[in-house]
Design a protein around this ligand. Sequence first.
Ligand code: AMP
Ligand code: MG
Length: 323
Amino acid sequence: MCRVVYSERDLHIGSQAVVSYVLKSEFPSETLSLVAEEDTGDLRKDDARETLKRLTKLVNDTLATDETYIRSTLSAEDVLSAIDCGKSEGGSHGRHWVLDPIDGTKGFLRGDQYAIALALLDEGKVVLGVLACPNLPLAPIGIQALQSSQDKVGCLFSAKLGAGTEMQSLDGSPPVKVYVTSTENPEEASLFESYEAAHSSHDLSSTIAKKLGVKAPPVRIDSQAKYGALSRGDGAIYLRFPHKGYREKIWDHAAGYIVVTEAGGVASDAAGKPLDFSKGKYLDVDTGIIVTNQKLMPSLLKAVQDSLAEQSSSLKGHKWDTS
Ligand code: AMP
Ligand code: MG
């Protein structure tokens, strides 16, 4: 029998179909509103029949691994309609689920960090978040890593507004409450950022780290696993500075945001404004996203703003020199 080989896109879209189908089944009396990246687009075309067949098998095989859904057999049309539930635009009214079916695709392809990130918005506020990080060690990572030799991987973070954040192993250990680090000394603080320099300026975060007095080298990992790691105190700071013109999507931050804030962290844009998930599928942030604990936020914000001001005056100077 020949083994089916799934593409990264099959897994991405298949993950969305599974989560969407399960949400519909768990809340049968509600009309599912899901804000997510994928739609069926090309999958409804005649020449996509083989792809759709493969995807339907993937979805059914995945559902069959869970006792509750072992008897669910979806048709190709069921799979398409589950995927198409993800067309919602979100917003400030009502309840909307927000899904990134595979966040950190580049990390996933490298065999590094990635996450399945699901959040619930209620009247524009994130009230629930679940972050599954299949490759994240249960033991601390980053500069804390030396303290433990435990090598079990696969973490599930979950957070509910006002109820804190919990972590458990993906194979089902009892959940434990987690908290961000309480350090107020930047010299002890380690900093997380994107692995991909194309997603966040490593130069700018290095300037900020120097200004703040951070000693340790940055920890670079993909996906919202960074929010999970911060929520359990692996590091103290997460900086994200996308290049000009990039618009952040809510599914890249909603689950991570509540996981870290319910663990005692704070997240804002580079101007110090809280993140606002009520504006539809984009997160309109000023320049970047910064995350840390309450005590470090004022000095981090100052270091960020001073570094941005220096960057902007050196760019102006550069323009002047070359004109
Ligand atoms: P990370 O792994 O933290 O670097 O973030 C991964 C997410 O970055 C992906 O899910 C993408 O949605 C998003 N992304 C894609 N292109 C860019 C970009 N040019 N700048 C910032 N983020 C991006
Ligand atoms: Mg993503």
